[in-house]
Design a binder for this molecule. Sequence first.
Ligand SMILES: [Zn+2]
Length: 417
Amino acid sequence: MLDRVAIPMLWGGVELVLFLSIAKFKRKTSVISDIIFFLFISYMCIRSFRTTNDIGLTPRTNYSRLKSNTFSFTSFLGRTLPYELFNLSDVPPYIKPTPQANAPKIKNIIFIVGESLTANHAHVFGYSRRTTPFLDQMAKNPNAIVKPSYSTGLFTAISLPAFFNAIPHPNGMKQIDSGNTNLFKLAKQQNFITNYHSSQPEWQMEILGLMGRRWIDNVTFPTEKGISAYEGMNDHKLLPYLEKTNLSNGQHFLVLHQRGSHMPYGKYLTEEEKIFKGNTPLDNYDSTVYNTDLLIKKVWEYLQKQPNDDWVLIYTSDHGQNVSDKVYNQGTNVGASYNVPVFIYTPNAALIETIKRQFEQCKKMIHHQVATLILNTLGYDMPISDCKNGVINSGMLSGDEGYLKISDHKVEKVYPK
Ligand SMILES: [Zn+2]
């Protein structure tokens, strides 16, 4: 490990000497500075305690080290610790043991995780523009299901951690910590090789820690191609990561994580790829939907060439987006913010049978069904949830700032207090 840790350790040593030298030489202390310092830390702790978002939950690597650590430390002191010690949350914690494991139902799970793609802009669900020619065709295929679904959350940072830990309702931090139902951990326990390839900027993906990074064998970001940690990349560049994987050798749980339809829309598309001309946010957004459909098609075509029928391809988006010729935003309580597509295809006769039986009666799915389907496919004895009741996380993972409750396809905002 020496070649990896030597430089950070040396730098740490230099910093330590620097700070010790201050303590040694600057004997004169100022009471006013101390008071300002403690007032500032107290203010930051109170701010964390009263926060309505999860920004302090994971460090932000684009901040300076001082700023990033101040946020994390005061969030821990002001939020995590009191909530933990005095059980301040109004939502009961979600805790579930690891389900019983049996033989996996398939050898390869290829999961495309979309970004900000609302089902409201998918032609296959009735949108006027032809944004999804591939899904249009797949909707008629007997080995596929194409359905709209409620997303796990309204933002990436709360949707993906809850999804990848198969958490059906708010306040699952303890569950996330335990990893008992983490998709990557449970895949590894079944001897799957776990891969996560993302076209998102690396600095925005610190949440991967909450998604189970420690159980992923191979993680890549655009930085691997020499791109800055602050930049994402064109999603079609994810395809080679799949092509490099030998699916005939061992079992694989491989995630391709798109930049997709993230704002600013179409930033990583070439001019040819922007098939809806006009360059308005709406045109560019629809072009990103078209390109996601194209990516799914490319992955599907590649998998079709595999010699065996031991794979399943799943696509869904983390949350939606509200885009028209007048407004564009995300995170609000309108349907476009949480309506997302779900596409599942497998050539495996037994598995498609199970999937159809589970989902055929659902006119609209709930993301948790997809998460439990993955656990089920990995061989775990976890029932696939129904499409009647569920939750869309909004604001905070704890649910203390309210969340959207789905009951019988009606969505309403509820507050725990
Ligand atoms: Zn997102």
